[in-house]
Write a protein that binds this ligand. Structure first.
Ligand code: AMP
Ligand code: GLY
Length: 427
C-alpha cells in the first residue's frame, strides 16, 4: 500500500512514523517533508498549498491513501480536490475546515449548537472592536479580555490581555502581527480560567474515537513566561481528564459538534482537535482545529498500537464506532528543542550533534521539524522548532525522565528548550 503524507513538521514525521510501523505499507511519500522524515519516507517537492499538484501526484503514483497534516491544505480544499477525483484522503473538507479557518464561524457554530464556549462578540474593524470594549460588554477597564484574529495566523492571532488598555493595544497591532486578511474580522472573548487540555479525536462523520488527552506548553519560557510559540512540549497522561470529565466533554461538546456539522450539511470526517478550558462551570471550547496538533501528535502517536492504516480505513468506511483502538498504557512526553531566537526569527544552519546518541535511548523517538542535510550530509537546523524528543513511560515521571535524558545528548549553538514540560505552570 502506498501512502502520501502532506506537510513538513514534527507532526508529519510522527504521522509517517506511525504509517511506517504498518505491515501493510510498502511505500510512504511525504510532500514536502524534512531531513528526518526522509529516513522513513521519500520526499516529494510539492508544497501543502499546491492542492492540484498534490492530487496529480497521488493520481500518477497510484497512491492508496493520503493523510493531511496541517490546516493550510485543508482550508484550501485539498480533501475536496482528492475526493472529486476518487482519491482516498483523510482530512476535513473545505467547509468543515472553517471551524478552524474562521474563529467567528466557529463561535457562531458553537452558539447555534449549544456547545459551551466563552462569551464573545465579532467586530468587522479595529474601531468597532474598541467601541465594543468601551461599552463595557466585557467588563470594566480592569477586566481581562481575549483578542483573536478571525483567520489562520499560525498561532500568532490570539492575545490574552490582562485589561482593556492591553486589549486595545492588541487590537491596534493585530493587523501588523498576522496580516490584513487574518485580522479583517476580530473576535473578542471573555477570559476563561482553569486548566487547559487538548483532546483530539478521529471522526468518521457519525462516530468518533478519542485519543489520549494531552497538554501543550505554548509559551517559550519556563513557568509559562514570554511569547507564545507553536508549542514547546506536550505530554499525554490519563490524569489530565477524569472519566466523568471525559463523559461530560463527549455529551456537551463532541456529540453536539458532530451532530451540528451533519445538520449543517457537512459531515465531519477527519481529525478534530478540541482546545478546552476546564472551568469551574465545566469544560468550555477555546478553539477547534481540524487536524492533529503539533507537538501533541508526537506524544500521541508514539503510544498508538493499532495500525494507523486500519483506523484510516475505518474512518473512510464509517465503522470507526466498531473499531478498537489500542494505546500503549502509561504516559508520554515530547520536549521541543528550538533554535536560538525562536519564536522571533530563528538562527538556522547550525550542525546538530548527538542525534545518534539520543537514538540509542530506549523508548525514545526524536521527531524532526526544522532540519535539513548540509552538503556534507550532516543534519543542520532549518527552522524555529527543530526536534521533538519524545518518550513513552509507565507513568509521566518516567516518560519525562527518558525524554530529557535523550534530549541531553543533543546540542547545537543557541539550542533552547523548556525544562518544565509536564509540570504545572509556575512550579
Ligand atoms: P486559541 O488559538 O484560540 O486556542 O488560543 C491560544 C491560547 O490562548 C489558548 O491555548 C489559551 O491559552 C488562550 N486562550 C484562548 N481563548 C481564551 C479564553 N477565552 N480565555 C482564556 N484563555 C484563552
Ligand atoms: N500545538 C497547538 C496546535 O497545533 O495548534
Amino acid at each position: 500500500m502506498k501512502i502520501l503524507v502532506i506537510g513538513s513538521g514534527g507532526r508529519e514525521h510522527a504521522i509517517c512514523y506511525a504509517f511506517s510501523k504498518s505491515q501493510r505499507v510498502t511505500k510512504i511519500y511525504c510532500a514536502n517533508g524534512n531531513a528526518g522524515i526522509a529516513s522513513v519516507a521519500e520526499l516529494v517537492d510539492i508544497k501543502p498549498d499546491e492542492t492540484r499538484r498534490l492530487a496529480d501526484f497521488a493520481e500518477s503514483e497510484a497512491i492508496d491513501l493520503t493523510f493531511v497534516g496541517g490546516e493550510t491544505s485543508l482550508a484550501l480544499g485539498v480533501v475536496d480536490e482528492f475526493e472529486a477525483r476518487g482519491l482516498k484522503i483523510i482530512g476535513a473538507s473545505k467547509t468543515a475546515a472553517r471551524l478552524e479557518a474562521s474563529k467567528a464561524f466557529a463561535k457562531d457554530f458553537m452558539e447555534r449548537h449549544g456547545v459551551p464556549t466563552a462569551d464573545y462578540a465579532v467586530a468587522k474593524s479595529p474601531g468597532e472592536a474598541i467601541e465594543l470594549l468601551e461599552t463595557g460588554r466585557f467588563g470594566d477597564a480592569s477586566t481581562p479580555v481575549v483578542v483573536k484574529a478571525d483567520g489562520l495566523a499560525a498561532g500568532k492571532g490570539v492575545v490574552v490581555a490582562s485589561d482593556r488598555a492591553e486589549a486595545i493595544n492588541a487590537i491596534n497591532e493585530l493587523e501588523s502581527l498576522v496580516g490584513a486578511d487574518a485580522a479583517s474580522t476580530i473576535v473578542l472573548e471573555e477570559c476563561l480560567f482553569g486548566c487547559e487540555v487538548s483532546l483530539i479525536l478521529f471522526a468518521d462523520g457519525e462516530s468518533f474515537a478519542l485519543m489520549p488527552p494531552t497538554r501543550d506548553h505554548k509559551r517559550i519560557g519556563e513557568g509559562d513566561t514570554g511569547p507564545n510559540t507553536g508549542g514547546m512540549g506536550t505530554f499525554t497522561d490519563d490524569s489530565l481528564l477524569t472519566s466523568e470529565q471525559a463523559a461530560e466533554i463527549i455529551d456537551t461538546v463532541i456529540r453536539p459538534t458532530l451532530r451540528g456539522c451533519s445538520d449543517e450539511g457537512f459531515r465531519f470526517r477527519g481529525i478534530l482537535f478540541l482546545g478546552l478550558m476546564m472551568t469551574e462551570a465545566g469544560p468550555k471550547v477555546l478553539e477547534f482545529n481540524v487536524r492533529f496538533g503539533d507537538p501533541e501528535t508526537q506524544a500521541i502517536l508514539i503510544r498508538l498500537e493499532t495500525d494507523l492504516v486500519e483506523i484510516c480505513e475505518a474512518m473512510l468506511a464509517g465503522w470507526l464506532g466498531e473499531t478498537e483502538i489500542k494505546w500503549r498504557a502509561g504516559s508520554s512526553a515530547c520536549v521541543i528543542l528550538a533554535a536560538e531566537n525562536y519564536p522571533a526569527k530563528p538562527r538556522t544552519g547550525d550542525v546538530i550533534n548527538g542525534l545518534k546518541e539520543a537514538a540509542a535511548h530506549k523508548d525514545v523517538v526524536t521527531f524532526h521539524a526544522g532540519t535539513k542535510l548540509d552538503e556534507r550530509g550532516s543534519f543542520v537546523t532549518s527552522g524555529g522548532r527543530v526536534l521533538g524528543v519524545t518518550a513513552v513511560g509507565d507513568d509521566l515521571a518516567s516518560a519525562l525522565e527518558k525524554a530529557y535524558a535523550a534530549a541531553g545528548e543533543i546540542t547545537w549553538p543557541g539550542m533552547q528548550f523548556r525544562r518544565d514540560i509536564g509540570k504545572p505552570a509556575g512550579s
